[in-house]
Design a protein around this ligand. Structure first.
Ligand SMILES: Cc1cc2nc3c(=O)[nH]c(=O)nc-3n(C[C@H](O)[C@H](O)[C@H](O)COP(=O)(O)OP(=O)(O)OC[C@H]3O[C@@H](n4cnc5c(N)ncnc54)[C@H](O)[C@@H]3O)c2cc1C
Length: 339
């Protein structure tokens, strides 16, 4: 472990924001993390744990310690009822874990193909895509308590997963560092192809009625490549805002004015409205202010065209939130972690 000073974080965040970390360290094992805790470093210093940096927006230099988590390792254990338990180190790249599972025909994870970032960050916001969320395949996770260095196993219930949310974004924020995540996957999987876009993509690919998880993974990857900007080409952190959930009454009011508005029913009393649609209606799609912009085909994604600062991105985000609030009386919530 080498403690570095004044390191640019540009290569460590997918927005490509050029800020410095006062101190920076990479850890590759649990023992290294334990020693940072037993030395008192994490308790005495402001710190942040970073995986792939694909869900953060740095708004200023980080005056503290950035811990880049590279904890590796994948283990597979047989479980009952045709299930396998796959446990991965928090520093493994999420999409590499998905590829590993698909290659071994462990199913349930394939709809989450190509989501950037690390395994350890996946539970933080209960990552989700194409009708599947992490919680659907989650078994347990192990995390070290920052205050004591003690390992604790969290069950699904204890993680309190919700839409892009968990206990680690709320009550336990900054209190635990996730070191491994265990998934419960099917050994002879029957993929879920009910999600409309996947069905269409499989049909375009010429895949028959009973596709394997490999085909579903490929379909998801090709949809994502078409729809989402690649951070290698243009800085971004995926969806910048969550899709807001409104009451049925409020929904009906908006629908009265915008009959073509897309929506998803959450339950009998709540409706989810795509934030990207609202942002587009407010005229923001494709707009740029200096190097900070709204993606030209995905209004939910804010982008860095080159040298945008985090402050410029956040200013744009605030202006969008105000305009959506004034137009629809809906308050958008940021999905990205602003630091
Ligand atoms: C192009 C693009 C597409 C995306 N698509 C999706 C999508 O479809 N669905 C989706 O849900 N998300 C999506 N995202 C968001 C992002 O990929 C996920 O949130 C991902 O889980 C972030 O992982 P990370 O390792 O990059 O986290 P980071 O950005 O490094 O960290 C995110 C937060 O988690 C904390 N954290 C990280 N690791 C740990 C740990 N081990 N223990 C405790 N805290 C930790 C950090 O401190 C930070 O607060 C997308 C992002 C991009 C750029």
């Amino acid at each position: 472990m080498e403690l570095k000073k004044n390191i640019s974080l540009k290569p460590y965040n997918t927005f490509g924001i050029d800020v410095n970390a006062e101190r920076f360290i990479e850890i590759s094992g649990i023992d290294e993390l334990k020693s940072l805790i037993s030395n008192g470093l994490l308790q005495q210093t402001k710190f942040i744990i970073l995986g792939g940096g694909s869900n953060v927006l740095f708004t200023r230099d980080f005056e503290g310690l950035v811990v880049k988590n590279n904890i590796a390792g994948i283990n597979v254990d047989k479980a009952d009822h045709g299930m396998v338990r796959v446990t991965a180190g928090a520093g493994i790249v999420w999409s590499e874990l998905v590829d590993f599972c698909i290659e071994n025909n462990y199913g349930g994870i394939e709809n989450l193909s190509l989501i950037p970032g690390s395994v350890g960050a996946a539970p933080i916001q209960n990552i989700g895509a194409y009708g599947v969320e992490l919680k659907d395949i989650f078994h347990t996770l192990t995390a070290l308590e920052v205050a004591t260095g003690e390992a604790r196993v969290f069950t699904k219930e204890e993680c309190r997963f919700a839409y892009r949310d968990s206990v680690f974004k709320r009550e336990l924020k900054g209190k635990y560092i996730i070191v491994s995540v265990s998934l419960a996957l099917q050994e002879n999987p029957v993929p879920d192809t009910n999600y409309g876009a996947i069905k269409d993509e499989l049909r375009n690919m010429g895949v028959d009625e009973t596709p394997g998880i490999q085909s579903v993974g490929e379909a998801v990857i090709s949809i994502r490549r078409r729809k989402l900007p690649d951070p290698e080409e243009i800085g971004n952190a995926g969806s910048f805002f969550k899709n807001p959930v409104v009451s049925m009454e409020h929904f009906k009011e908006i629908q009265g004015k915008y009959p073509d508005m897309p929506f998803y029913e959450v339950d009998a009393e709540h409706i989810k409205i795509p934030a990207g649609w609202m942002i587009e209606q407010c005229g923001w799609k494709g707009k740029s202010f200096g190097d900070a912009g709204v993606h030209e085909s995905q209004a939910l994604v804010l982008v860095n065209h080159g040298k945008a600062t985090g402050q410029e991105i956040i200013k744009l985000a605030m202006n969008i939130m105000t305009s959506v609030s004034e137009t629809f009386a809906v308050e958008l919530e940021m999905e990205v972690n602003v630091i």
